[in-house]
Design a protein around this ligand. Structure first.
Ligand code: NAD
Length: 252
């Protein structure tokens, strides 16, 4: 696909990797519809990206809520004339172990954190993909769905909910790539290693230092490297049903 002129919907666009995608795709001539549930972050980035005003629209939407997703996809579809690319980037990370014992105290993984992680990372990806794919199929429009997975999808101590959600996103990428190929819709995932964003600010420095040391390239990825990855995924029409690992060679 040629990026120029595409209508691209990015979830979780108000921060980190999503914001890097939004800026790069605007620079490449796409019309970008960026959604996020964080009102404050949305207001801030709208100011920050005002130079892209003509090709960029910010919308508030919680991807874990079905009514929000239905309304947002309908709105973007009708205003844009048709979504060509969906980037399922929104996610949260709420680290905790399944069960741990500190002295005499037992701490169990909370069900609320489990459900909200799966809500944003997995249900959100499912709802957005379902609604956008329906529009593409009805309009007989070829398209692309990109899902953000993670190196944690293989399992990572302290990340039960996050790792499970990202493993599921990988499985959905394979499943949907086969289901949607007859409609000329590609589905691809990107699995980052570590990049410094608001998400990684939640991880203790000591742990981040250990990860950096364990990474063969001895550094984290940059937002520029992820901006280049999204360009490659959109432009390479033979890429389908695979997860691209962009992690500096890190293995847990
Ligand atoms: N940063 C990393 O090292 C890293 C590593 C592996 C995978 N990833 C993945 O990359 C993607 C982007 O991560 P990031 O580091 O830029 O995170 P981030 O926290 O900087 O940005 C995520 C954005 O998603 C939004 N969001 C979360 N839940 C939402 C919901 N339900 N509805 C709408 N918006 C919602 C947040 O408000 C935030 O603006 C995520 O899918 C993440 O799992 C990141």
């Amino acid at each position: 696909m040629n990026i120029e002129g595409l209508n691209i919907l990015v979830t979780g666009g108000a921060s980190g990797i999503g914001l890097a995608f939004v800026k790069r795709l605007c620079e490449r001539g796409a019309r970008v519809w960026a959604i996020d549930r964080d009102r404050q972050a949305l207001d801030q980035v709208a100011e920050d990206t005002s130079r892209h005003e003509a090709s960029l629209q910010w919308l508030e939407c919680d991807v874990s809520k079905e009514h929000d997703v239905l309304a947002t996809v309908d709105f973007v579809e009708s205003r844009s004339g048709g979504i060509d690319v969906l980037i399922n980037n929104a996610a949260i990370l709420l680290d905790q172990t399944l069960v741990s014992k500190l002295g005499k105290k037992i701490k169990k993984h909370s069900l609320a954190d489990w459900e909200s992680t799966l809500g944003s990372n997995l249900t959100g990806t499912f709802l957005m993909a379902r609604e956008v794919a329906e529009k593409m199929i009805l309009a007989r429009r070829s398209g692309l769905i990109v899902n953000l997975s993670s190196i944690s999808r293989h399992g990572n101590p302290g990340q039960s909910a996050y790792a499970a959600s990202k493993a599921a996103v990988d499985a959905l990428t394979v499943t949907w790539s086969q289901e949607l190929a007859p409609y000329h819709i590609r589905v691809v995932a990107i699995a980052p290693g570590f990049v410094e964003t608001r998400m990684t600010q939640r991880i203790p420095d000591m742990f981040l230092d250990r990860i950096r040391e364990k990474t063969p390239l001895k550094r984290f990825g940059t937002l520029e490297e992820f901006a280049r990855t999204i360009e490659f995924v959109i432009e390479n029409d033979y890429l389908n049903g695979k997860t691209l690992e962009v992690d500096g060679g890190l293995r847990f």
